[in-house]
Design a protein around this ligand. Structure first.
Ligand code: ADP
Ligand code: G3P
Length: 496
């Protein structure tokens, strides 16, 4: 049985999934890895944990499916984006833990650049905001704070990569390819999305030597093959995309105007905007969706930093549920939140607010408030944040969104999906295959080697599992949204 192996390297876990030609999942293996929170607002991963868990899950998935490496026609990678690794080219060892996309330590660098008037330049060239979310200021922080790093970088001894680059570097251990794809490059604050090249002016403003940067490639082409010590038949690596762009591809959003919302650690609403970058007037990001051959597709994106992560906080921080899937049962014990609103600005607020200084707030508490109300408020928080970015997108396009395609780990929660339909006032469509991120990476890889012929083959694989229709009226949805907006205002600009 021939398969494509997708490596889905997420924020909280590494997953490996095998897809056969009909798009059927033949095996899934997943392993969580440690999250490091060294100080308030800081989030790190050990890059070696990422590499080890990814290798472990790949072997496990192959073992489960009884698939040998000669059966793997291609490998595709989808990865948590922006997370920054800097490593020594000679030893292959990172100079520091990876700084994760949620990390806020570079808020001061961003503020200084804004004060210097640099924001319009970054926004025009990269389509992004000056926010600690993106890789550029994280690289600067590493060069400024790790002893000797700047000198080593100037001597050309250090390599920078997002997680895709780090995985490819390790997968191609005998020749060490140092590459990334356009979709990941477009999340760094250093990539000009119009010329599709690293931008010397932006590299200069952040003091980052160009020699650290990976070669930028399309999202669907053969980049190299797996090192023979790991796989004797040398499987080709032929697809790379940031996980949110991969999900857009996996949901077959190939037409301009089609969109999806992914409920993972964060929530990411992306809309394909076609072959031209569309500039948002409503605080959304312009990003590269993917490149196939010479064809480049762009997307508009609303990034919400805390989505499913609020469920983990109920589990690990408050201890009011035992596993993530318990939230649905707990929240269903009450008919509503009893007026409680939870704004989970644990890592500041992303789109459309972009406030790195915001922090979480739980408001509307009374003597009658119980843990079920808090659980339900957490679910509503995920929905309200998605609603905010959807409204911003509708303003940008001038078009109401007729329905929402969803995916990601948390979309398994039926109550969450129902609340989302209620609050959005449009139907929410969940596909049968919720592994759309991994499937997107597999599709990009499989198309590059002819395992699938064209986009129509990919669209044919997508099937709807369930559609959630709104069950409350527009007035009620609007009045709850108005209260949410009031709560959001109260949590802004808190941690200075
Ligand atoms: N049944 C569920 N109900 C609600 N949330 C869930 C459920 N299953 C997983 N989650 C949440 O979804 C997130 C994991 O989704 P996933 O797509 O694997 O994320 P990532 O790729 O960011 O690691 C976690 O934050 C988890 O709390
Ligand atoms: O790990 P995920 O799936 O929540 O995705 C993280 C995003 O790529 C961050 O931009």
């Amino acid at each position: 049985m021939k398969c494509v192996l997708a490596l889905d390297q997420g924020t909280t876990s590494s997953r490996s999934i095998l897809f056969d030609q009909s798009g059927t999942v033949r095996a899934v293996a997943q392993r969580e890895f440690k999250q490091h929170f060294p100080q308030s607002g800081r989030v790190e991963h050990d890059p070696n944990d990422i590499w080890e868990t990814q290798q472990f899950t790949a072997r496990k998935a192959m073992h489960h499916a009884g698939v040998h490496c000669e059966d793997i026609v291609a490998i595709g990678i989808a990865n948590q984006r922006e997370t920054t690794v800097v490593w020594n080219r000679k030893t292959g060892q990172p100079i520091h833990n990876a700084i994760v996309w949620q990390d806020r330590r570079t808020a001061g660098i961003c503020a200084q650049l804004k004060a210097d008037g640099a924001e319009p330049l970054f926004r025009q060239k990269t389509g992004l905001m000056l926010d600690p979310y993106f890789s550029g200021t994280k690289i600067k922080w590493l060069l400024d704070n790790v002893e000797g790093a700047r000198k080593q970088a100037e001597r050309g001894e250090l390599a920078f990569g997002t997680i895709d680059s780090w995985l490819v570097w390790n997968l191609t251990n005998d020749r060490h390819r140092h590459i990334t794809d356009v979709s990941n490059a477009s999340r760094t604050l250093l990539f000009n999305i119009h010329t599709l090249e690293w931008d010397d002016e932006l590299l200069g403003l952040l003091g980052i030597p160009r020699s650290m940067m990976p070669e930028v490639r399309a999202s669907s082409e053969v980049y190299g093959s797996v090192d023979k010590f790991q796989c004797e038949c040398g499987c080709p690596i032929s697809g790379i995309a940031g996980d949110q762009q991969a999900a857009l591809f996996g949901q077959a959003c190939f037409e301009a105007g089609s969109s999806k919302n992914t409920y993972g650690t964060g929530c990411f609403l992306l809309m394909n905007s076609g072959e031209k970058p569309v500039v948002s007037e409503n605080q959304l990001l312009t990003t590269v969706a993917w490149q196939r051959g010479n064809e480049v597709n762009y997307a508009l994106e609303g990034s919400v930093f805390i989505g499913g992560a609020v469920v983990q906080w109920l589990r690990d921080g408050l201890g009011i549920i035992e596993s993530s899937s318990d939230i649905q049962k707990l929240a269903a014990q009450v008919p509503d939140t009893g007026g409680v609103y939870l704004v989970p600005a644990f890592a500041g607020l992303g789109a459309p607010h972009w406030d790195p200084h915001a922090r979480g707030i739980l408001i509307g508490l009374t003597r009658g408030t119980g843990k079920a109300h808090i659980a339900r408020a957490a679910q509503e928080a995920i929905c309200f944040q998605s609603l905010e970015v959807l409204r911003a997108m509708e303003k940008d396009t001038g078009q109401p969104m007729p329905s929402l395609q969803v995916d990601g780990g948390a979309c398994a929660d039926n109550l969450l999906m129902q609340l989302q339909a209620d609050l959005l006032q449009v139907p929410v469509e969940r596909p049968k295959l919720v592994e759309t991120t991994a499937f997107g990476a597999a599709a990009l890889a499989g198309l590059a080697v002819g395992f699938w012929k064209d986009a129509a083959d990919i669209s044919a694989i997508r099937q709807v599992d369930r559609t959630f229709e709104p069950q409350i009226g527009k007035d009620e949805a609007e009045s709850r949204f108005a209260k949410w907006k009031k709560a959001v205002e109260r949590c802004k600009d808190w941690e200075t």
